[in-house]
Write a new protein. Sequence first.
Length: 469
Amino acid sequence: VEPTKKDGELSTEEAFTKAGVNVNSGEFDGMKTQKAKKAITAKLAEISSGGPKITYKLRDWVFSRQRYWGEPIPIYFPIDFPEGVEDSDVDPKVDGCEHTIRFDKPIPVDEADLPLTLPEMEDFSPGDDPAGCLARAKDWRYFQKDGKWFSRETNTMPQWAGSCWYYFRFLDPKNGESAFSPELDEDWMPVDLYVGGAEHAVLHLLYARFWHQVLYDLGYTKHPEPFQKLVHQGMILGSDGEKMSKSRGNVVNPDDIVEVHGADALRLYEMFMGPLEAVKPWQTSQVSGVVRFQNKLFNVVKEAAKNDASVEMDEETTKILHKTMKKVTEDIENMSFNTAISAMMVLTNHLTSLKDQVPREAAEKLTLMVSPFAPHLGEECWSLLGHDDTLAYHPWVEHDEALCVDNTVKMGVQVNGKTRGEIEIPKDADQEGAMAEAMKVQSVSNQLDGKDVKKIIYVPGRILNIVAK
């Protein structure tokens, strides 16, 4: 491979290791590196001498830990004593007893003796022994079987042996006979949605899949894959746009936000910052925006609580309410929490404009919608509206699709390609009707005064462009 023109000439001091252009490569001469790789691989496959292959590299997976906390590894080893010494004459638990643990001959603990439990220890600090603190629990470590001495493995698992398949145990947490029942595996698995960060995905989720594949191969689960959908939530950065760390001094303690503004404000702001998957910088000063929204919503509900059923919703309020219910419902399903909150803000502003004529039905629907985002606010408003029970068991809001469709549409009016006004007309209005409305707009009629209309470009629901000279 030689460099391309942009990389300059070959160095006489060191090898060229970048992507370039093939030379002295027979039929592959002149090909750029990426194209050459594919061509060579295809050629190898054609002559049955090789082919493409995907390899996976696991950066690091050291499974054993030299600490107390973790699952004990159910392995033990035979012990050798000096020549001529019988097992019945010695006790390796006694200090000074000469013996050799045969780590090259591991033996699995019988299934009947599982689970292997950790010993009770007053001091489980790591200590200086590289074998770990369990090496000090000699009564647990050393045991006799059939007249022979053995030594248990003193390393522990890094708690992955349990956490990697925890979602199975969640199905059947009180089952004392098996890890989980086949019936519940059939009913609930695989997991519909897993939310975790990118760092989480390359570690825990990779290991979880390893364990799941083993359980699948052994016939414990009928499902070959553990998770159907994965969503990565974006990282929240410090106010300086950098990853939060104590060394940078940009860590935001959520307890401080809760103490000043309350837990609901913290939840709302985190969800309102932007799309769930996006990386976003924290701005404490902007929390006050969602606090104002909370207060405005509470005041709307307070006004509605004074009214009875005689305050009816007008057509505009009904349409806005049903559009909001549709938007919030769909956004929650799509995990677009920021736009769901934005839609509720629009509805709240509209209800605020009604002053003391806020319909109770609209206030109740708004309360139900805000409750997943701000549960304390939701319960408070629900109680204010006269309900004695919690809203947690109340059905979710349902919208009427017909009320979510606009009968009219707003569209711009252009004169010679420049926007001169805006009209609101029925969605199915024809060109003649659109022109009639446009001529009622003073800024449009002024532009056409004394001119002849040469052409009208009308795209229903989108634009009206009048060409005049």
